[in-house]
Design a protein around this ligand. Structure first.
Ligand code: 13P
Length: 242
């Protein structure tokens, strides 16, 4: 089984100094096979990328435009220049707290592919949508609106993050995660190219192994538990056992 991809999403945490201290310490404990990635705040990108040898550094968001009068936005070329290798797109916090709609997420995805930065497209349903039996329809709609016209997925990755599991301590069961990963994989089969699918939502050292044990789960997207070196490393190390 291939080594899973473990992506930490720091969200709006860590100053440059804190971020660099983390990356330096992390690097000392990674082995060449590890596939550890960190989505860091924009301000820490350059410094983290400078210290990252085995880990990969990326961003948490990106503008759909290459440049222009868009105060406060960051473009793909700026991210690439700062050392980002990947970018999270359509994270539920962007969708729900910052009102990013499906058209905008599609344009961001197209921009990322065009500019050569690896996109990690995040999809997932709200609790009320799951309760209403709409989970599959919601996720397929998110996939279709973002990817429907894409002819080549390039280095695309997908993260399935049920919104009700993000930051709540409530993880999807392995069966729930597998069911959704299978659905997503069926959608992605149109390209006949492997697209890794990560699970995210309250992943912690004590539930990572069970999720990673599922062959449908190609990796994890970790929020809170990626902020402490020991808990992030523990999850990375559990991936080695595959
Ligand atoms: P938590 O791991 O804190 O639930 O966050 C998940 C997430 O949003 C990762 O992108």
């Amino acid at each position: 089984m291939s080594i899973p991809i473990i992506v930490g999403n720091w969200k709006m945490h860590k100053t440059i100094a804190e971020a660099v201290a983390f990356v330096k310490a992390l690097e000392q404990r990674l082995i060449p096979e590890d596939r550890a990635c960190l989505a860091v705040p924009f301000t820490a990108l350059r410094a983290c990328a400078t210290h990252a040898l085995r880990s990969r550094i990326g961003a948490q968001n990106m503008s759909d435009a290459a440049q222009g009068p868009f105060t406060g936005e960051i473009s793909a070329p700026m991210l690439l220049e700062a050392g980002a290798q990947f970018v999270l797109l359509g994270h539920s916090e962007r969708r729900h707290l910052f009102a990013e709609d499906e058209g905008l997420i599609r344009r961001k995805l197209e921009r990322a592919i065009h500019q050569g930065i690896q996109p990690i497209l995040c999809v997932g349903e709200l609790l009320e949508q799951r309760r209403a039996g709409q989970t599959e329809a919601v996720v397929v709609r998110q996939l279709e609106s973002a990817l429907g016209e894409l002819t080549d997925p390039g280095s695309l990755m997908i993260a399935y993050e049920p919104v009700w599991a993000i930051g709540t301590g409530e993880t999807a069961s392995c069966a729930q995660a597998v069911e959704m990963h299978q659905l997503i994989r069926r959608y992605l089969s149109r390209w006949n190219r492997p697209v890794p699918i990560l699970y995210g939502g309250s992943v912690r050292p004590d539930n990572a192994a069970a999720l990673l044990n599922e062959s449908e789960v190609n990796g994890l997207l970790v929020g809170g538990a990626s902020l402490e070196l020991d808990s992030f490393l523990s999850i990375v190390e559990q991936g080695r056992r595959g």
